[in-house]
Design a protein around this ligand. Structure first.
Ligand SMILES: Cc1ncc(COP(=O)(O)O)c(C=O)c1O
Length: 486
């Protein structure tokens, strides 16, 4: 809590939180964790004596959820930076981090200590009716940074990216009265509630769902096309599409949802001027500009991607999640809703909120941002290693097959900041899928993105990653790809 207290004014709760025994207890836990974590220094295979019990755990997990896990991954509860130990004793490089959640890696002393403090409250969860200050401390930190470059004024905390997106959508609908339609980019992803599965542009994610949300899809900026026919052509195509929809459905759009770097859609970036022109049209036609930063948050060269691109003056609604642990919808005064629209039993757990605040503070004070911050430096290191692999194995990297409806990449290596991709085997779904599994077996956990072409994606723990880790990670990647190529 930020208010100053003295031993006279401190509540019993505060005295408990700061008691000497508590401080010593946390230190003891963190030290014991460090001692064990220090043993995890490199990739290693699972232990023979644990194989049977691990297979049993995998079978039980599959039975409980009704289908097997994508990767045979069950964590042991310990890791060391970018290395994670699984319950079979194996150790792997984690280059996907729960799809972008563990930016400070595994068993980070500061994050673990913060989450223990959060867990010490009288209740496990904070709620909208009864809460400690933790969700609001987290909100204040976000708002303070957001206010530097935008008009965002308020923040509502919830437990997942899909839920904060639901909240943003409600704010847009309420503010824009009877406007029933939403604009979104092709290939976007927004989460998996019934509504978000409809807006997200993946047919497989909405099989069997009744379609009740009216979505108009916009083409996303195509880097490959821009390289051939110019940036302005891409801007013109986007603006023409948008104006066409507005003409077809006048005053019927509540919002336009932007992912400033597309995540699931293929780590597709776009230049500032592209977004500016589209956002200006939204402003002129009273359509809310909603920036979904659930995946980009913290990961570009600014805390908020809208700041990296200088788009703060345009955004009305911003949603964040993943690495922040607790998730949030930020909004301007004009979008502050009437009573009753936003609430829920939970805002978040004490651990998630405390860890979220610790993470935001560290991100802002750790030298991560700016053109030469740690995130930019890591992106350069990634690029160097990925490009060296492409140059060494040109046969693994034939030209990426362009897709008529999705952006085509300008090169085999791309992304933005901590969103990193490379594109082997022409972007083939089948071969990229096999590469993921082969790399996993060689000790590096990756994932894919894109809907054709398919890419290999990394969301590495840049908060703790060392530059000397990169060659070791790429050695494992190279072994994995060699298996698929061979
Ligand atoms: C851009 C974007 N929005 C929303 C979500 C949904 O977040 P969650 O899975 O926490 O519900 C995701 C998740 O990948 C995302 O990438």
């Amino acid at each position: 809590m930020s208010q100053a207290t003295t031993s006279k004014t401190a509540t019993h709760g505060e005295q408990f939180m700061h008691a000497a025994e508590v401080e010593q207890g946390i230190e003891a836990i963190v030290n014991a964790m460090r001692t064990q974590a220090a043993e995890l220094t490199d990739v290693r295979p699972g232990r023979d004596e644990l194989r049977e019990s691990y297979e049993d755990l995998m079978a039980r997990a599959a039975a409980a959820r009704g289908r097997g896990l994508l990767y045979p991954y069950l964590g042991s509860g310990l890791g060391n930076g970018a290395l994670v130990e699984l319950a079979d004793g194996s150790v792997k490089w984690d280059m996907i981090c729960g799809i972008g959640v563990h930016f400070f890696g595994h068993s980070d002393p500061g994050v673990v200590a913060a989450s223990i403090r959060g867990a010490m409250s009288d209740t496990i969860m904070h709620g909208n009716l009864q809460s400690g200050f933790e969700p609001y401390e987290f909100s204040e930190l976000l708002l303070e940074e957001a206010a530097k470059g935008s008009n965002l004024k308020h923040c509502f905390v919830a437990a997942s990216g899909a839920l904060v997106n639901e909240n943003a959508l409600k704010l847009a609908f309420q503010k824009h009265g009877a406007a029933p339609r939403v604009l979104a980019f092709r290939d976007c992803f927004m989460g998996r509630t019934v509504t978000m599965s409809q807006i997200g542009d993946s047919a497989g994610n909405r099989v069997g769902l009744p379609l009740s949300t009216l979505v108009d899809y916009m083409p996303f900026y195509d880097e490959g096309e821009a390289a051939r026919s110019g940036v302005q052509k891409q801007i013109d195509i986007g603006c023409d599409h948008l104006l066409d929809y507005i003409k077809r459905y006048p005053k019927q759009h509540a919002c336009f949802i932007f992912e400033l770097v597309q995540g699931e859609g293929g780590f597709n970036p776009a230049p500032r001027e592209y977004f500016v022109e589209l956002m200006k049209i939204c402003k002129a036609h009273d359509i809310a500009v909603w920036d979904d930063e659930v995946q980009t948050f913290g990961r570009t060269t600014s805390l908020f991607a809208f700041d990296m691109l200088g788009l703060g003056e345009y955004v009305d609604l911003v949603t964040i999640g993943k690495m922040s642990q607790a998730c949030a919808t930020l909004f301007t005064e004009a979008y502050n809703p009437g009573p009753g629209l936003l609430s829920a039993t939970f805002t978040g757990s004490g651990s998630a909120c405390k860890a979220g605040s610790e993470i935001v503070r560290r991100l802002l004070s750790g030298g991560y941002y700016g053109a030469d911050g740690l995130i930019a430096q890591h992106h350069r290191a990634f690029k160097e290693h990925a490009e060296a692999m492409v140059a060494k194995h040109p046969d693994w990297f034939p030209e990426v097959e362009p897709h008529r409806m999705s952006p085509s990449p300008v090169s085999h290596v791309g992304g933005c900041g901590g969103m990193m991709r490379f594109s082997p085997f022409g972007g083939s779904k089948e071969k990229v899928g096999r590469s993921l599994r082969a790399c996993y077996d060689e000790g590096v956990i990756l994932f894919s993105c894109g809907h054709g072409p398919y890419h290999i994606r990394m969301l590495p723990p840049l908060g703790v990653m060392k530059f000397e880790d990169w060659p070791r990670v790429f050695a494992a990647v190279e072994r994995g790809l060699a298996k698929v190529a061979g």
